[in-house]
Design a binder for this molecule. Structure first.
Ligand SMILES: Cc1cc2nc3c(=O)[nH]c(=O)nc-3n(C[C@H](O)[C@H](O)[C@H](O)COP(=O)(O)OP(=O)(O)OC[C@H]3O[C@@H](n4cnc5c(N)ncnc54)[C@H](O)[C@@H]3O)c2cc1C
Length: 540
């Protein structure tokens, strides 16, 4: 029994033990419970000579392994735990166009022509996921078309302008839904206009990863689970990777370890901020759910971590909340249930059956790390909350670079490895998220007050919306607490959030980013990461 649910809302069910279930403190997921039967893979127990050694069997490592094996290269994948046990098997399953970073900022940094090329390769990643599911008749992945990015609390007129910009400049398929159309399919009093991306889709990500692993093996790749890469020597023509029981010799190494690569490559690991986010599924809801939500695609009603959801069968799959440190997902069950109730009050108190977490790796510039670090040693990492299309993109680009000498991966050279600020970087992300959530709650309270006022047909007499004691307590609980940052660059001390968040939020709203950055984690705080300007040398 989850303590928070003990008051009567229900219990959490344990999924059957599948590929991604054995993660202490992360919670068994609905994906675990609905995973297709997979096969266990043993560890590497003998020395091996291959063309390419891939470290990490998440979506990035599996895609590059499959694509290299299809091109006739011999490939060994080393995985510390199980295939897709972390982010790749525990995410929301939204397969979106673009990147975690907004196309506006990308354009600002690399110019329109290169930004267009980057959009095109990211979109090829999106299409790769769709095509692979279809071509391999992948079981249990169940892709469903469409993604709506909704304006919550108030009309956002700039959404139309932004969608037009994406269409005109990048060829994006993006159309505007007026508030009436949104509310016909999503009956929430909080919703206004939206942008619809018809070529996006949502999938069962764990079954996709398991299907991808099977496809890589059919193409000839070998995957070894419970086989951490403990050390590597990238010098020379034949590089060496050390595991607990054996060594791999390979002409090329691809590091696709995401946030868990730190022990093997500390300097590379220090370029990622681990961000843990939370996902829940409800118990079957029945007729009330069918009346509330008729849109079958994926839905995001904010730019930040809250909230992203979709209907899966008779249930709601709902994501929200973030922590820059590990946190017990069960603590978030009540919070996610409250979020659902706020958006869809007609659903009442829904029962949460599964709640779990996953950790993504966020770079300071919010763009993935794709490239050759040293001759023959490649990295595919840092996909943030936007990894389903971009891991596929990275896998394709690196396989083409290695096997065909294709130079397209160099598009990502402007996004070099940047130190992520260590503990201070995490603190900044956490405070930024808390501030953004606080602003959203204030907006929600203002919207509620305006609705009540309109219902009573009274003129606006007071200077601001009244805050009920329960709401005020909730707001206070969400106030970012000062964080002691002992190891902050430039000296320790107490960092207090400043008013800059709100200013930055307004500025971001006025730019095309609101549409162009469909990412999971908070998006507009990267420039505040301490040390964000320090370029890190390539790991040696
Ligand atoms: C809760 C959540 C929701 C998300 N929702 C979405 C979404 O809806 N849409 C979207 O596009 N993105 C989403 N994301 C992001 C997306 O899931 C990730 O960006 C993507 O899965 C990253 O894949 P990866 O292969 O880089 O990393 P991972 O899945 O973390 O895989 C890396 C693997 O490398 C292994 N490894 C590390 N070091 C070693 C070593 N030394 N030896 C051997 N193995 C090693 C690890 O064990 C791990 O299995 C979400 C993420 C989370 C956490």
């Amino acid at each position: 029994m989850v303590p928070e649910l003990a008051a009567g809302a229900g219990t959490l069910k344990r999924g059957t033990m599948t590929a991604a279930a054995d993660v202490p403190g992360r919670g068994a997921s609905w994906y675990d419970a609905t995973a297709v039967p997979g096969r266990e893979r043993g560890p590497l127990t003998f020395d091996l000579d291959v063309d390419v050694c891939v470290v990490g069997a998440g979506l990035a490592g599996l895609t590059v392994a499959r694509e290299l094996a299809r091109r006739g290269w011999s490939v060994a994948v080393l995985e510390s735990r199980r295939v897709a046990w972390n982010a790749s098997g525990r995410n929301c399953g939204f397969v979106l166009p673009g990147f975690a970073e907004s196309m506006a900022r990308i354009t600002e940094r690399v110019g329109l022509q290169q930004a267009r090329a980057m959009w095109a390769v990211a979109d090829a990643g999106r299409a790769y996921v769709r095509d692979t599911i279809r071509e391999t008749a992948m079981p249990g992945v169940d892709p469903v078309d469409g993604w709506l990015r909704i304006a919550k609390f108030a009309e956002e007129p700039e959404l139309a302008e932004n969608a037009a910009w994406l269409r005109d400049q990048f060829g994006a398929e993006a159309d505007i839904w007026p508030a009436e159309q949104v509310r016909e399919s999503l009956r929430s009093p909080l919703y206004f206009n939206a942008v619809h991306f018809p070529t996006a889709c949502h999938i069962h990500p764990l079954n996709y990863a398991l299907g991808l692993a099977a496809a890589a093996e059919r193409a000839g790749a070998r995957i070894f689970e419970a086989t951490p890469a403990l050390g590597l020597d990238p010098a020379g023509i034949r590089k060496r990777v050390v595991t607990p029981s054996a060594r791999v010799r390979a002409a090329k190494i691809v590091l696709a370890g995401n946030v868990h690569l730190g022990p093997l490559q500390p300097r590379l690991g220090a370029t990622l901020i681990p961000v843990t986010t939370f996902v829940a599924t409800t118990a079957p809801i029945g007729e009330r759910l069918r009346e509330a939500i008729t849109y079958p695609g994926a839905v995001s009603d904010t730019e930040g971590a809250d909230n992203h959801y979709r209907v899966v069968g008779d249930r709601l799959l709902w994501a929200g909340g973030m922590r820059a440190w590990n946190a017990d997902p069960r603590r978030f069950a009540r919070r996610l249930r409250a979020d659902i109730r706020r958006v869809y009050p007609q659903l009442g108190a829904v029962e949460i059956e599964y709640v779990w977490s996953g950790t993504l790796g966020r770079t300071v510039h919010q763009m993935p790390q794709i490239g050759e670090l040293l001759p023959g040693m490649w990295v595919a990492s840092g996909f943030g909350g936007h990894g389903l299309n971009t891991t596929a993109m990275a896998g394709l680009l690196i396989a083409r670079a290695i096997a065909e000498n294709d130079g397209t991966s160099r598009l990502f050279q402007p996004y070099e490895l940047v130190w992520a600020g260590g503990a201070a970087g995490r603190a900044v992300i956490q405070i930024g998220y808390a501030g953004a959530r606080l602003r959203k709650r204030a907006n929600a309270l203002a919207a509620r007050w305006l609705r009540r006022r309109d219902r009573r047909h009274k003129p606006a007499a007071s200077p601001g919306p009244p805050i009920a004691p329960s709401d005020a307590a909730e707001l206070a609980a969400e106030m970012p607490t000062p964080v002691l940052v002992a190891s902050a660059p430039g000296g320790g001390g107490v960092h207090r959030p400043r008013g800059g968040d709100a200013r930055r939020g307004r500025a971001a709203k006025a730019s095309p980013e609101a549409v162009a950055s469909p990412s999971m984690p908070p998006t507009d705080h990267s420039e505040r990461a301490p040390g964000g300007n320090r370029a890190l040398d390539r790991p040696r």
